[in-house]
Structure formats: C-alpha cells, structure tokens
Design a protein around this ligand. Structure first.
Ligand code: HEC
Length: 164
C-alpha cells in the first residue's frame, strides 16, 4: 500500500503538476515560490518581440550577493522573472502598463544539485493556472542554452538597476 502511494506521489512529481503543499511543481521538481512578489525588485525589463513587461525580483540571499557584487551567487539565491502582456493605459495611451499575467520563471542556485546547468535550477509556470512548463526535465536545456551568452555574469542577464 505504502509503495503504491509513494509511486503515485513520484508520478505526480515526474509529470510536473501539483506538489503535496498544493503548489505547482515543474518537471524537474522545483515548486513555485509563492512569495516572489514580496521579494526585492532587481530591475524591470521589456521584451519587444513578445510585447511583455517584466520585473525581476530576488530573495534576500540573492539581493545581498548582488549588492556585494559576489559572483557566482551563493546557494540559496533565487531570482524570479514575472511577465505580463504590455498594454496601453486606457486613460493615457502613451503610458504602457501590465495587462494579463503571462508567466513567472525562477532560477534557483544550488551549485551541487544543478552543477550541469551552471549551478542554476530553472522553472517556469504559465498563465493564470500557473501550469508547469515542459514535458519532462529536458526543458531546462532550452533555458540554460539561452543563458549561456551571459555565463560570465553567473548566467544572469539582469543587473541591479541603478538609483541615486
Ligand atoms: C530565448 C532566450 C531565453 C530563454 C529560452 C530563456 N531565457 Fe531567461 N532570460 C532571457 C533574457 C534575455 C533575460 C533578461 C530579462 C528579460 O528578458 O526580460 C532572462 C531573464 C531570466 C530570469 C531573471 C534573471 C536573469 O538572468 O536576468 C530568470 C529567472 C529566467 N530568465 C528564467 C528562465 C527560465 C526558467 C527559462 C526556461 C523555462 C528561461 N529563462 C529561458 C532569455 C532567455
């Protein structure tokens, strides 16, 4: 009986759906971090081809390292990228604001666990139902592949936005 229950849990995790705590889980086992909107903003960004407004946030470990200029970031660092469709403000069309939620992505630092992908674990959750992206754990090669050009910045594109 126990074996069957365990097999069921393992299957759920492998299929990339919902974990024991009700949070969606990516096919590589990374569960959604529910508090990413209360982390510190690193920078906003705009992706022209996708017409999306994004913000990149980081947990305390990541923010402390980014401020100190520590590279590579230490284990426990997590960055989130949240994306919305960019829409014109109805009352002031020259202003662009976030419309429908598109997706949230995470990069999770664990230099041992994720040593094959620069020490980063990747996860993406799409749409309002936060559907885990990827058929199987192989989806990370797509993520990592596109972050390789910034290998010299610990695979991170975003830098802390400057303020006076
Ligand atoms: C086609 C290239 C490309 C792919 C594929 C890609 N990224 Fe990125 N990623 C970027 C760029 C460029 C940025 C900089 C911010 C932006 O685009 O808004 C970024 C930023 C990020 C950030 C914020 C930290 C940083 O590096 O700036 C996270 C987190 C992230 N991506 C996760 C992922 C995950 C998870 C996947 C796969 C599911 C993925 N990325 C796939 C290009 C890519």
């Amino acid at each position: 009986m126990m074996k069957i229950v365990l097999a069921g849990v393992a299957l759920l995790l492998v299929a990339g759906s919902v974990g024991a705590n009700g949070r969606p889980v990516a096919p590589n086992g990374i569960a959604l971090y529910p508090d990413y909107m209360s982390w510190t903003v690193i920078a906003p960004s705009y992706r022209e081809d996708k017409g999306q407004i994004r913000i990149i946030t980081g947990n305390q470990t990541a923010i402390a390292a980014l401020h100190a200029g520590t590279k590579p970031l230490p284990d426990g660092s997590v960055l989130a990228k949240v994306a919305w469709k960019a829409v014109k403000h109805p009352a002031f069309p020259l202003a662009t604001q976030p419309g429908a939620f598109a997706q949230v992505e995470f990069m999770v630092k664990d230099s041992k666990k994720y040593k094959d992908t620069g020490g980063w674990g990747f996860a993406r959750f799409v749409g309002n139902d936060l559907k885990p992206y990827g058929k199987d754990a192989g989806f990370v090669s797509e993520c990592f592949g596109c972050h390789i050009p910034v290998a010299n910045n610990d695979y991170l594109y975003t830098k802390i936005v400057k303020t006076p």
